[in-house]
Each structure stands twice: as C-alpha cells, then as structure tokens.
Write a protein that binds this ligand. Structure first.
Ligand SMILES: [Ca+2]
Ligand SMILES: [Ca+2]
Length: 468
C-alpha cells in the first residue's frame, strides 16, 4: 500500500481533483444558466400588498427591491401564503406555502376547519418568477376539489415551515394543524412524494413542538423549535435529540429557536431566552457538536435597531447575518447584523432601499457561492488550501464541506474548480481588498500543472519502488 507522510497526500489528492476539473473547464467554460440565482442574491417571502403575497429580490448593497413572483409576476399556480424560502443546488427558489384555512359547516351542524387552498411546496424560477408546484396536499372536501389535485403521495404536508435541499431530497419540518403531529419529512423533488423521516411513529426521543428553520449536514438535520431549542435529528433512524436548549448546552440562556443557518463551522440561531416571551430574544452562535452558546446580538449586545418579533435569518458570504424584522409599523424589513460586534443596521425597509414596497417580510434566503469553502465571497486558491487541509475529514458543518454531505473530498474540490474566481454579489462591500494579489487563472493553473507533474513523477517513482 502506497503511503505518504504528513500533509502531502491531502494536497496531492486535492491538486489532482482541482487540476482535472480546471482542465475540463478549459474545454467547456460554464455558461450562464437561465433561471438560476447568482451567488449572493437575496430573496424574501413577503406580503407585498393587501392580498398579494410573493417573492421579492433585495439588492445586497443598496437594499433596493424588485418583485420576482406574485399575482402579476411569473406564471403558474398562484401563491396563497408563501412563508419559507431557501435556494436549491441549481439556484431555484424552494418555497413553502401554508395555503388558506377555512371553516366549513358540516351536515350535522358542526364546523370543521380545513384548508380552502391546500398547502404546497413550490419551485420558483428566480429570473422569470414562474412557479411550479412540487408537492401539494389534497383538500379534505367531499367530493374532492378537482382544482387542487394531490401532487405526491405520503404524509400530508400539513403546516410547513421552510424546506431545505440536502443532496437529492427536500427536508420539510411541518406540523399537522388538526393532529398537532410535528414531523420532519423528505420530499422527492421529481415525484413530490413525501416520506416520514422523524415524528410520531418514527425515531426515538422528545417530539418537536413548534418547528421553524432547518439546517442540514451529512446525516443530521438541525431544526429550530420555538418551544424546545434546537433539535438534532438523525436522518437515517429518525432519532431526535435536543442539541441546545433548557438543560442542554452551556452558555447564554436559550430556550426556543426560531431559525438556524450554518456559517463557518457553527450555527447561527435566532431564538428566545424566556419561553413564550419574544421580547427576550437574541441571535446566538451555537456549536453544532456541544450545543454551547454565545450571544451575537440582543437588546444589550451590539448597537442599532432592535425590537421584539425578529424572526428568521440567513448568513451572507463573509458572515454578515441578514435578519428579518417583523415587528409592526416602522419595524418591518431586513437588518444586517455584524457577527463580530452584534451591531445592526437596516438594509431594506420603508426608508432604506428603493423600488417596490412591501408590508411584511417572512423569510430570507441568500444564494450560496458553491466552492467558497472559507466563506469570504470569492472562490480561489484559499478555498483550495482550505479543502486540502481538511481532506477526507468527516463531521457536521465542516468548513470546506461545500456540498454538506459530511465529508471533505473531491466533490467539494470540484465545486471550487467549476466556480473558479466567481465572486458573491456582496463580495466587494463585505471584504477589504486582499493584500496579496490573486494570481491570474492561467498562472495558477500553470503552478498547479507544475506541482501536479512533480507529484505525479514522485508518485510514479514511489510506485516503481514499491512495485514487486
Ligand atoms: Ca473563498
Ligand atoms: Ca462534501
């Protein structure tokens, strides 16, 4: 068996992957994909005006707003109550819509609540605004309402929060409005079929109560729960454990989680410090292994606007936190939060940013920059070095695990190669000019070729010397 000492095999293996993909790219440079969000693009679900809910795009620098998809933008099935939004690996917008409940009288005189518009999961083209229903509940009307045929089979979508892609499945936390049966489901993107991953009847451990945001890495989903904190859910067994909350994890007081995102190897969480008291609210940095917490921002940490009813969040390249402020007149919009100081400023609201106006924002998503292993907003040699130094390491939310499959390997390096020198939309304002110039691509490729040839020669010699 061929063995190397020290870090050499990491760099060699990583170099070989990067080189092979870079050489392949010279034959077919990536063309602009229609209908794909660009890295750093910000999208929100919003109540745009009375009876018009939809998707808006927010410029990460100016805060200017444009309507992407609503009653008059984009084709396809109409939104009813789009709430959660995330971005798929192909740059489409993945949106959960809670439908419209209604109370219906029954023949015997009772009243039954059922959704007049079913709950749905949409894919939305960020360029055209066109909407495609991926998965849809049927209405519990008799006879069935032909205008809302079920799409996909399996457990009902119920009351979904935000769906998130992990590999080839969409993860969807939801509760059943009638049964209060909180569960985590997986959705097949091709068929819309839903399977129970964790909940009543599958997996051991405490049940979720009020699920919100979700992050995922490897074989684990982290679900924010407004009543219990953060759940860690094994995607194979369905087992649930409270990772951080009352009695779990040390550090800052933390009871309930509203939303969660991953950033540079840790979790960024919005949540409450007193059960049921949203005024006792903060942004926390939480260790995904221990559940230990520190406060990033709250009513006393950091300066700038702060008010209760701040809910969902996302993290930009460079670590800036985007926070949805949803606190009533004069406090609706998107805040930026400096992760180092906790300082806050409005990016987009009634008086910041121009363009289309909105009434309320519900959720925010930032298009990631694939291959940006160190999260600085540009894909370059530093990302190569980051991945090489972590080569074959396994774990949760690893820096360098670009595709979130729980291991740092050639697939992550391939994303570096295919996005070489791509920058995120917020790159310039968020990162100061590098002191050392980034080498031209051709120069870097030449260096890699030289290094790779050198490695190949030494490998050949080693093989020869080892061959019997
Ligand atoms: Ca980078
Ligand atoms: Ca990976």
């Amino acid at each position: 068996m061929l063995r190397y000492a020290g870090a050499a095999p990491n760099r060699i293996a990583a170099l070989l992957f990067l080189l092979s993909h870079l050489l392949a790219l010279t034959a077919s440079l990536p063309s602009a994909l229609g209908g794909s969000a660009s890295p750093g693009d910000i999208f929100v679900t919003a109540e745009i005006s009375a009876n018009d809910w939809g998707i808006m795009q927010v410029d990460p620098v100016t805060g200017n707003r444009t309507i992407v998809s609503d009653n008059t933008h984009g084709a396809g099935a109409s939104f009813t109550a789009p709430v959660g939004i995330s971005i798929t690996s192909t740059g489409a917008l993945l949106v959960t819509d809670q439908g419209a409940p209604a109370v219906q009288p029954q023949p015997e005189g009772s009243f039954v609540q059922f959704p007049a518009v079913p709950t749905r999961v949409f894919l939305v083209d960020p360029t055209t605004g066109d909407r495609t229903v991926v998965s849809q509940d049927s209405l519990t009307a008799t006879p069935p309402d032909p205008s809302y045929p079920a799409i996909g089979i399996g457990p009902p979508i119920g009351e979904p929060t935000v769906a998130r892609q992990l590999g080839n499945v969409y993860l969807l936390p939801a509760e059943d409005g009638l049964l209060n049966n909180v569960r985590l489901m997986g959705i097949n993107p091709q068929t819309g079929n839903r399977t129970l991953i964790s909940g009543v009847g599958r997996g051991a451990g405490a049940f979720m109560t009020f699920p919100g945001g979700i992050a995922a890495s490897g074989n684990t989903a982290i679900v924010a729960d407004a009543s219990k904190g953060l759940f860690a859910i094994n995607l194979t067994t369905g087992d649930r454990a409270i990772l951080s909350g009352a009695g779990q994890g040390a550090g800052a007081h933390f009871i309930g989680g509203w939303d969660v995102a991953s950033s540079a190897g840790h979790l960024v969480v919005s949540g409450s410090t007193l059960n049921g008291d949203q005024s006792a609210f903060g942004i926390f940095e939480i260790d995904p292994l221990t559940g230990n917490r520190t406060v990033i921002a709250d009513g006393t940490v950091g300066t700038g606007p702060w008010q209760q009813d701040v809910y969902t969040l996302a993290v930009e390249s460079g670590g800036t936190i985007l926070l949805v402020a949803n606190g009533g007149t004069g406090f609706d919009g998107i805040l930026t939060v400096d992760p180092a100081t906790g300082n806050r400023a409005f990016l987009s609201d009634a008086t910041h940013g121009g363009g289309a106006s909105f009434m309320r924002v519900f959720d925010v998503a930032v298009a990631p920059l694939p291959g940006d292993a160190n999260g600085d907003g540009i894909v370059n040699g530093q990302d190569f070095a980051q991945i090489a130094s972590q080569w074959n390491r396994t774990g949760l939310f690893l820096v360098g695990d670009n595709n979130s499959d729980g291991i740092v390997n050639g697939q992550d390096m391939a994303l570096v190669a295919s996005n070489w020198l791509t920058v995120s939309a917020n790159y310039a304002p968020a990162v100061s000019a590098p002191a050392v110039a980034v080498p031209e691509p051709s120069t870097f490729v030449l260096l890699l070729v030289t290094a790779q040839l050198s490695c190949a020669l030494s490998m050949w010699r080693l093989r020869q010397s080892c061959a019997k």
